[in-house]
Design a protein. Structure first.
Length: 384
């Protein structure tokens, strides 16, 4: 008997567990918190992906921003480290690669001067013709001296250059003093920042041997194989895909212009269809427009109007003479009579009276203008 009760109890327990599992299986799904979490993750990933997609779809615009940003960064770095920094095309691939190099000197000028007095081997203070273009930290070549000479200070009032150590060799008055430039790659710029996309071609108004140098004050010096140039540096980026070119301009002094969009040579930029055409100049011939008037019971006539647009966009309309004036008066009278047909009694009488007064006023005005001719008559009639 006890065994039978035990078996029934076990069966009951298992049946309850099966019901619980069935209920739990029906309650499976997502909670509101889980759903909001998934939506947040999708939104974050979308925000990251959209700029990447735009970057891929606009290689020409991205290359322009890349070059202008590189030039701005180079100028800022030259000021920060107080040394000259130059950018030039890489000779390996001048249409796609750039080089950024730094120097121990602060100036971009190839300055030179001469000794104004003899200097001995122990001399540390040099008397020179001019100190213009020299700055502390510059490495110098003095005559035939091959030792490493570094400028410690300069004094424009006494025209002297103080070296960091003794000259080492005797030099006569008139010996040339020049700045020794030792350019080396600036490794703060990554290789991917100096390389353009495969479908982008870079060229400039100075050819492929241009150099852009920023001194320690951020002032730019533009040069090429012929020396320092006076014109601005224009770097043009083009692609064959859309037949357009984007330009980055570096002005004398160091200012970098915003991006300018232009069409390639031989291409024209079509005007927007939403824009109205330019008004004709004053010396352009104006085409008269024939405007036929409506026919009435008494007269059918045509008025010739000359419509013109001046340089400021103001429209002027001129008539051809007295015939159109009479036709217009008759048309106005006919229109007035037609407008009074729907009225009765006193209202119709008042309407016809107003029309008669208007016609009399028009006739009196025309009669008073008979003494005038040409433009004066048009002014009298109120057409000008």
């Amino acid at each position: 008997m006890n065994d039978l009760l035990f078996v029934k109890h076990v069966c009951y327990v298992f049946s309850r567990n099966d019901e619980g599992l069935y209920v739990k299986s029906k309650e499976r799904g997502f909670t509101l918190i889980e759903l909001l979490t998934v939506l947040s993750i999708v939104g974050i990933l979308s925000a990251i992906a959209v700029p990447i997609i735009r970057w891929i779809n606009n290689p020409l615009q991205n290359a322009t921003y890349q070059v202008s940003g590189l030039l701005s960064q180079a100028r800022s770095r030259a000021i920060a480290v107080s040394s000259a920094l130059r950018i030039r095309p890489d000779p390996q691939d001048p249409t796609r690669l750039l080089l950024v190099e730094t120097s121990d000197t602060r100036s971009c000028d190839t300055s030179s001067t001469e000794l104004a007095a003899n200097a001995t081997a122990t001399t540390q203070e040099l008397k020179v013709v001019s100190v213009q273009g020299f700055a502390p930290g510059d490495h110098l070549t003095i005559g035939s001296d091959e030792n490493e000479n570094i400028v410690l200070t300069t004094d424009s009032r006494s025209s002297t250059i103080t070296l960091g150590k003794a000259l080492g060799t005797a030099q006569n008055s008139g010996a040339e003093i020049g700045i020794l430039k030792t350019w080396r790659n600036d490794r703060t710029f990554f290789a991917e920042d100096l390389e353009l996309s495969d479908n982008i071609a870079m060229e400039s108004n100075l050819g492929d041997d241009w150099e852009l140098c920023f001194d320690s004050r951020g002032i730019a010096t533009i040069s090429d194989s012929d020396g320092v140039r006076e014109e601005d540096l224009e770097i043009t980026l083009a692609t064959e895909k859309n037949k357009k070119a984007w330009k980055v301009v570096v002005f004398q002094g160091g200012m970098i212009d915003s991006v300018i969009v232009q069409a390639l040579e031989g291409e024209t930029i079509e005007p927007s269809p939403d824009l109205s055409p330019d008004p004709p100049e004053n010396n352009e011939e104006e085409t008269p427009i024939e405007v036929p008037t409506e026919e009435n019971d008494d007269v059918a006539s045509g008025a010739k109007l000359e419509v013109g647009i001046d340089q400021e966009g103001i429209v002027t309309i001129e008539t051809d003479g007295d015939e159109s004036d009479g036709a217009n008066s008759q048309n106005q009278a006919g229109n007035r009579a037609a407008s009074c047909e729907g009225l009765t009694g006193q209202e119709k009488s008042q309407c016809e009276s107003d029309g008669a007064n208007s016609q009399n006023q028009a006739g009196n005005r025309a009669a008073s203008c008979e003494a005038y001719t040409g433009e004066d008559k048009e002014i009298c009639l109120g057409f000008n």
